[in-house]
Design a protein around this ligand. Structure first.
Ligand code: GLY
Length: 564
């Protein structure tokens, strides 16, 4: 551990790294692309010490819980998709579950109306966290066997215990969320400066309680979180604030190894996350639909290209609202939705001339076709273990509630359920019966950790945060590489658009489309709206070519490539 301490000391006191900007985006032995340079560095150090990409991803995940508390977490959940060097494709579902005492109408008043913000900023907004169980499961089942839990967690513990200097951007984020932190004593004590002044670049963020919690996990594994002191603190927090999570909920939590969602697109195999994520299914369905058009003849962000993307997105998101939910509770028509035949039949509904109003678009009938906040990180090692992980506490800093004495934010993932049929959640997504709340059920997600393979070898590892825009972000990055021949940096940072059936509009980033393109789309009947946050997704990806790794850290956020 001396070495770990040494390098952590080095990265905390100095911002000048070993790599130049160009070197950093290229490596041959291992690479991590994540939302935090410190966390990426932690993952790379694990690989340098003999760990594989799974070990590195797990250590990166725990480090992100410290250095990127707005989404990196131990109080939320996520998904892992990986292609292993031995040829296996795997996915782990560590999505949060609804507590046993949850019920379908828990966010409705006595007149049956949704109570504003209850599924977002209260202790009832939290599902039972899955991240710790999921990350430890990944390490146990698929790690190299050469890295101990202590080694995995030590860097995160040190970063929490000693603190790390914050960037200008992170200081601004903390200042922007001050109102949220003020609603919760635990959050205010850590995330508002002790002298009550605004955070500034270079300030030290220390998280002693979080360090203690991470130490419990290093020592006792999942029992360090789901039993003992941490579990007790979570339940006490719930009891003080009318929350629902019980000790039984925590002890019964299990990550699940799921069948991966599999598809193909123009010679590439796609492996992605199936239910309870909608991401993999929608991504495959949209790529399948696109194969029915000569998309390779359409230039990037031309009116014809955006029109086509919008029309396939409209159809896919209509299916999401009707058909998708936790497949342990709802019969998701997986084969149908990912089949080429179904996509062809759906694609035939598209006019290349005119926008189809969303009010005229419905989910496909089940037939006999058989056949902003979240964070994403991508990791690869020298043996080509390729790992794609997206985790979330839902919106930035989750419910804004910190478990007193344990130092981490609780998720507000219950908002990803459909609180009432047809009523949109924070991402404007609507749902029906498939995604209704039920005890122990997992809320439908849009997270899309994905790996593309060529000839059974990984060539693209990708994913993004962004709520409902995650899936269309991943789609556009894939199209930027395959159809528009962009390099990985350009592919992740180029401007994006998004549509999702309802609301009936194309959301665009500033500068995504020229005035002429907007006019041409409006002429076809589209409604164009500027994205309210100014950015769509934030993709962290790795492209692998001839055994070399090229990192794509989305310039929309403080993402970072570290390789060696
Ligand atoms: N919490 C966002 C998602 O899982 O889609």
């Amino acid at each position: 551990m001396r070495a770990t301490l040494k390098y952590l000391f080095a990265i905390i006191v100095s911002t000048s790294f070993l790599f130049t900007q160009t070197d950093k985006n290229f490596a041959k032995n291992g690479m991590v692309v994540s939302a935090s340079e410190l966390a990426s560095q932690v993952g790379v150090e694990i690989m340098k010490n003999g760990g594989n990409a799974i070990d590195a991803a797990v250590a990166t995940g725990f480090a992100l819980a410290v250095t990127y508390p707005q989404a990196g977490n131990i109080g939320g959940g996520g998904f892992l998709v990986a292609h292993l060097a031995d040829g296996r494709n795997i996915s782990i579902d560590f999505r949060e579950t609804a507590p046993k005492n949850a019920d379908r109408d828990m966010f409705l008043d006595r007149n049956g109306n949704v109570i504003k913000d209850m599924s977002l900023y209260t202790h009832r907004a939290s599902g039972v966290p899955g991240s710790v169980a999921g990350l430890i499961e990944a390490w146990k089942k698929f790690g190299s066997g050469k890295i101990t839990p202590r080694q995995l967690l030590e860097p995160a513990i040190i970063l929490a215990e000693k603190g790390f200097t914050i960037s200008e951007r992170f200081a601004a984020t903390l200042n922007n969320y001050r109102n949220l932190f003020e609603q919760d004593q635990g959050a205010a004590a850590i995330f508002i400066r002790q002298d009550q002044k605004s955070w500034e670049e270079g300030d030290l963020l220390v998280q002693k309680d979080l360090a203690k919690t991470l130490r419990h996990i290093a020592e006792y594994g999942i029992n360090g979180f789901y039993s003992g002191e941490t579990a007790k603190l979570i339940v006490e927090e719930m009891n003080r604030h009318n929350g629902l999570i019980t000790i039984a909920d925590l002890q019964n939590y299990r990550p699940i190894i799921r069948n991966i969602a599999k598809g193909t697109y123009k010679g590439s195999d796609i492996i992605s996350m199936g239910p309870p994520s909608s991401g993999g299914i929608l991504l495959i369905q949209m790529l399948n639909m696109l194969e029915n058009f000569s998309i390779d003849s359409l230039s990037f962000n031309s009116p014809e290209y955006i029109h086509l993307l919008t029309e396939i997105e409209r159809l896919a998101y209509a299916d999401r609202a009707e058909h998708l939910g936790d497949s342990d509770y709802w019969p998701v028509p997986f084969e149908m939705l990912t089949s080429k035949e179904y996509a062809k039949a759906r694609a035939e509904k598209i006019s290349l001339e005119k926008a189809t109003p969303s009010g005229e678009v419905f989910a496909g009938k089940q037939t006999t076709y058989e056949s902003m906040e979240t964070t994403h990180y991508s990791v690869v090692d020298k043996d080509l273990n390729a790992v794609s992980i997206t985790t979330t506490i839902n919106t930035s800093f989750g419910s804004g509630k910190v478990v007193d004495g344990a130092g981490f934010f609780l998720n507000n993932e219950m908002d990803d359920f459909s609180a009432k049929p047809g009523v949109p959640n924070i991402f404007g997504l609507i749902g029906n019966e498939a995604n209704a709340i039920a005890p122990n059920k997992r809320p439908l997600s849009s997270m899309t950790p994905t790996v593309l393979l060529k000839n059974n070898k990984p060539f693209l590892i990708l994913g993004s945060p962004g709520g409902s825009t995650i899936i269309t972000t991943v789609l556009q990055v894939i199209l930027n590489i395959i159809e528009h021949d962009m390099n990985i940096s350009k592919a992740v940072s180029s401007p994006r658009t998004h549509s999702q059936w309802l609301p009936d509009q194309i959301t665009i980033e500033k500068d995504a489309l020229s005035a002429e393109v907007i006019a041409a789309l409006e002429n076809k009947g589209h409604i164009i709206k500027l994205d309210k946050d100014g950015k769509i997704g934030s993709a962290n990806c790795i492209l692998i070519e001839n055994g070399k790794f090229f990192g794509g850290a989305d310039s929309r956020s403080e993402n970072s490539v570290v390789g060696y």
